[in-house]
Every structure is written in C-alpha cells, then in structure tokens.
Design a protein around this ligand. Structure first.
Ligand code: FEO
Length: 162
C-alpha cells in the first residue's frame, strides 16, 4: 500500500480511539449529573468508536501493513449542559466526516481500490453519526420551547406502523 495512505489510516485509528475516549468522558459527565440514560447512550457510542478504530486496525493487518498506534489526547471533561455536550458531539462528528473524506481522497489519488471500497462504509456511517447527534441536539433545544410531554407524545407518534 502507498505509505502516505497507511500513515493516514494509522492516524485515523487514533482519531477513532480519541472519539471513543471523548464519548466516554461525556458518559462520565452524564453519570455525574445523574442522567444515566444519556450516560448509556454515550457508553454505546464510545464502544462503536472503538469498533471503528478496530475496523481500520484489522484492515491494515489484513493488507500486511504495519499498525503504528499514536498517542491519544486527553478529552475535555467539563461541560455546561446536555445541550453543550451534543453541540460538541455534532461538531466532532463533522470533523470526523471531513477526515474520512480526506482519507478517501488519498485512496483515490493513489488508486487503491480496496481502500476506497473499505472507506465507503465509513462515509455512509458518518451520515448516520451526524444525523443521530443532530437529532438529539434538536430535541434538547425543542424541550426548551415545547413541553416535555409534547416531546414524549412525538416519540409515541413516531412508532405508528404503515
Ligand atoms: Fe467513528 Fe463517530 O465516527
């Protein structure tokens, strides 16, 4: 594989593991605020990010490339509100989307088709990641303008079958 591409995927392993660490830190924040449901969501998210990192780890291993783990930065631990946490989550996911797109551009430039196909999964996943963060953020914001009961009714109505 092209050396620049291997380096970029190695960096993205670190970025995914940082995402995991960031969401675990957010889980810890929610636990400290006695919001275990939010905490649970963030724990699941942290696990998913670890899996993203491992997908890249396995991809490099399967292609016979050297995996080089980099240092993971300390994530923030103090947040002012649930809204701020999800604003940060959405901002972070948008950054990750840009990084994945850059990776895809490198894979295209060096004409590594296996990497391009591999990265397509991540491109699709990022649509979901941004959507989920945005949806929770918008719900948190609307709780400020609508009653919590109306939001709960909206969730009930969403369950209607065809
Ligand atoms: Fe691994 Fe949240 O993207």
């Amino acid at each position: 594989m092209d050396k620049k591409l291997v380096k970029a995927i190695n960096e993205q392993i670190k970025n995914e593991l940082y995402s995991s660490y960031l969401y675990l830190s957010m889980a810890a924040y929610f636990e400290s605020k006695n919001l275990p449901g939010f905490g649970h969501w963030m724990r699941v998210q942290a696990k998913e990010e670890n899996e993203h990192g491992m997908k890249m780890f396995d991809f490099l291993a399967d292609r016979g490339e050297r995996i080089a783990l980099e240092a993971i930065s300390q994530p923030p631990s103090d947040f002012s509100s649930a809204q701020e946490v999800f604003e940060e989550t959405l901002k972070h996911e948008k950054k990750v989307t840009a990084l994945i797109n850059q990776l895809y551009d490198i894979a295209s430039k060096v004409d590594d088709k296996a990497s391009q196909i591999f990265l397509q999964w991540f491109i699709t996943e990022q649509i979901e990641e941004e959507k989920n963060a945005n949806s929770i953020l918008e719900t948190i914001k609307s709780i400020k303008s609508y009653s919590a009961a109306l939001i709960m009714l909206d969730r009930e109505l969403a369950k209607r079958g065809k």
